[in-house]
Design a protein around this ligand. Structure first.
Ligand SMILES: [Fe+2]
Length: 250
């Protein structure tokens, strides 16, 4: 309990200090940063996002209920450039006032968890991402996640920082579902709204891409993104990544 409280305090300080410093150092538009009043937004890509035959790729079991697709460096770059193309990058900057480094990429599949009440396996209970700046942005691309049955990511859209119990009113929630053309992309601030990976029903699964974006001096890709894809998402990214090298996205 004592260590848990210490960790909470460290996260609180880290979150607030990194948020403040980023607003001071990196903004492309201070006005946009202070006028932000969203916790999530969506974007429709006009072109086909991608048609990938996932069977071609190595499929690594992370645990009994989650698997990761492993891609080589070129393929990850291909995905990132396709998703975060110039139009979408400009759209994000226009919304948030920042440009970003892409520090984590994961292409994963969540499966049904029997007795879901028992334990958190892949962030399947409502939570806030704690050891991160409030400016950290997550990009989610759901792939064939057409209904609640496939286990979409769910956020609490109204009173996003208030959670009285694990089962809020359905009207307060928003699910990141694929659209018909599978060209919809979502972005949200995981430190600013409760969210969870909902659990697919039996025999269904949820396949999606998740990327962690941290405010930066320019749009760029962390060079270690390839090594990290099958690891846990890095915490305290501004500290952990301090000696990492980057490549421009374009
Ligand atoms: Fe999370």
């Amino acid at each position: 309990m004592f260590l848990k409280n210490i960790y909470r305090i460290v996260c609180f300080l880290y979150r607030n200090i990194s948020t403040f410093l980023q607003i001071y150092i990196f903004p492309k538009s201070k006005k946009k940063i202070f006028n932000r009043n969203f916790v999530y937004f969506s974007y429709k890509e006009k072109n086909d996002l991608f048609r990938v035959n996932l069977d071609e790729f190595i499929y690594e079991k992370k645990n009994d209920f989650q698997s990761i697709f492993i891609f080589d460096e070129n393929k990850i770059k291909f995905f990132i450039k396709k998703i975060l193309n110039k139009n979408f990058r400009d759209f994000i900057t226009n919304k948030t006032g920042f440009v970003y480094s892409i520090d984590y990429f994961s292409f994963y599949r969540n499966f049904h968890i029997p007795n879901n009440q028992m334990r958190s396996v892949y962030a399947n209970f409502f939570h806030l991402d704690k050891p991160y700046s409030k400016n950290m942005l997550k990009i989610i691309v759901p792939i064939s996640v057409t209904s609640f049955r496939e286990g979409p990511l769910i956020i609490k859209k109204s009173k996003p920082l208030v959670l009285k119990n694990q089962e809020p009113n359905q009207d307060d929630l928003f699910s990141f579902l694929s659209n018909k053309k599978e060209n919809i992309i979502y972005a949200f601030h995981p430190s600013k709204c409760f969210h969870k990976a909902s659990v697919p029903i039996k025999d269904k699964f949820c396949t999606q891409i998740m990327m962690q974006l941290n405010p930066s001096d320019k749009w760029k890709i962390n060079s270690k993104i390839f090594d990290k894809q099958d690891k846990q998402e890095p915490k305290f990214p501004e500290l952990i990544n301090i000696f990492d090298s980057y490549k421009p996205i374009a």
